[in-house]
Design a protein around this ligand. Structure first.
Ligand code: ZN
Length: 181
């Protein structure tokens, strides 16, 4: 297992549409392990592969509470097959947009079809936090971020803030790079 760097906005990789997993082999199992290690370390409750720079349709999640045993879940090629008309609002955050939280309205219940690590197909119905988290992570596999569901004014503001921070970070790194060259 290895801890991976989390890709943050405005990195363009977060806008990629991830590729379906064609074969669940050792490399996919290793990817899922790295994703869990990275997610637990952050800490976060869900992570899509693109958030560690891998454009594959793999999602990991653990919605257990602090005093409960870990409950790791892997969703390969997850696909929403049904959405309820009822909507619900949850405050969301994202490891790729650290320390930014905003309320997002989404369908309250969904059905999701996916493969597990043994290649077995499942179809489940989710609601509450589980439904929100699944929709958030499946969005990532399609290059969509939770800030795409909030007002343009708020989105522009947060993107600008992170773009500025990324530029400042790059500028701080460059003297060291010159020394290396
Ligand atoms: Zn996210």
């Amino acid at each position: 297992m290895a801890l991976r760097d989390i890709v943050k906005i405005p990195d363009k990789r977060l806008r990629l549409v991830s590729e379906p997993v064609m074969r669940i082999d050792a490399s996919i199992r290793a990817l899922a392990e790295d994703m869990f290690e990275t997610m637990y370390h952050a800490p976060g409750i869900g992570l899509a592969a693109i958030q560690i720079g891998v454009a594959k349709r793999v999602v990991v999640m653990d919605l257990s509470k602090k005093d409960e045993a870990q409950a790791p879940q892997v969703f390969i090629n997850p696909e929403i097959t049904w959405r309820s008309d009822e909507q619900s609002t949850h405050e969301e955050g994202c490891l790729s947009i650290p320390e930014y939280y905003e309320e997002v309205e989404r369908p309250q219940r969904i059905k999701v079809k996916y493969l597990d690590l043994d290649g077995k197909t499942h179809e489940i119905e989710a609601d509450g936090l589980f439904a929100t988290c699944l929709q958030h992570e499946i969005d990532h596999t399609n290059g969509v971020l939770f800030i795409d569901h909030i007002s343009k004014l708020k989105r522009d503001r947060v993107v600008k803030k992170f773009t500025k921070a990324a530029k400042a970070e790059k500028a701080a790194e460059s003297p060291a790079k010159k020394v290396e060259a």
